[in-house]
Design a protein around this ligand. Structure first.
Ligand SMILES: Cc1cc2nc3c(=O)[nH]c(=O)nc-3n(C[C@H](O)[C@H](O)[C@H](O)COP(=O)(O)O)c2cc1C
Length: 193
């Protein structure tokens, strides 16, 4: 049987804090893609160095260096994984800022498949996911719909190691793996492979 072509996935985290649970979801996704999913290469793309969007920073069609670096990274992938914490019932400002930079000039999100996962309080970040889908619609991102993954980070049993944000709950890990498998299948379908 022919092996699956490798798909490249850029993983963006909406939280900048060191012990972020959402960053922990991305670390776990990278590990799962390396250990138990054939044909998927997930790479973390840091949004922390990006300045606030300000079109005055765009000079002669060029972006600031950190933005150019970010755009190079997201421009060369087949799909996106967003780990989207919820701040006041929406996606976080840093994630929205990163999405806005990717949309300037050539919209680098266009026609790309994406998955969203989230860890948060009451609804596990579900409302942030809804808002991110709304933003993604105008950018022509194509989100997978199933399976959903909303991790209620503060409920028992413990989902994360609070010291470093590592995902420790086996059921959540399995849920995350199924999200990746679904994203892979959808990406290959969109590419006609
Ligand atoms: C400004 C702010 C607003 C927040 N609002 C919400 C919210 O609306 N819903 C929610 O579930 N959690 C909310 N939280 C709690 C976060 O979900 C929680 O801090 C979570 O751990 C953040 O993700 P992280 O661990 O990846 O940093 C808020 C946290 C902050 C700092």
């Amino acid at each position: 049987m022919a092996s699956k072509p490798i798909i490249k996935v850029a993983a963006l985290c909406g939280s900048l804090r060191k012990g972020s649970f959402n960053r922990g979801l991305i670390r776990s996704a990278i590990q799962l893609s390396e250990e138990s999913i054939t044909g998927m290469n997930v790479e973390f793309v840091d949004i922390a160095p990006l300045p606030f969007v300000n079109t005055d920073l765009e000079v002669d069609g060029k972006f600031p260096e950190s933005v150019e670096t970010f755009r190079d990274k997201i421009g060369g992938v087949d799909a996106f994984l967003f780990a989207s914490p919820e701040y006041n019932f929406s996606l976080t400002a840093p994630l929205k800022n990163a999405i806005d930079w990717g949309s300037r000039g050539t919209n680098l999100w266009a026609d790309k498949p994406a998955a969203i996962v989230s860890a948060g309080g009451m609804f596990g970040g579900a409302i942030s996911q809804c808002h991110l889908r709304q933003v993604g619609a105008i950018l022509d991102l194509h989100f997978i719909n199933k399976p959903p993954l909303f991790v209620q980070a503060f409920q028992q049993p413990p989902k994360f190691d609070y010291a470093n944000g590592d995902l420790i709950d086996p059921d959540t890990k399995e849920g995350l793996k199924q999200v990746l498998v679904s994203l892979q299948a959808f990406t290959l379908r969109l590419k006609g492979q």
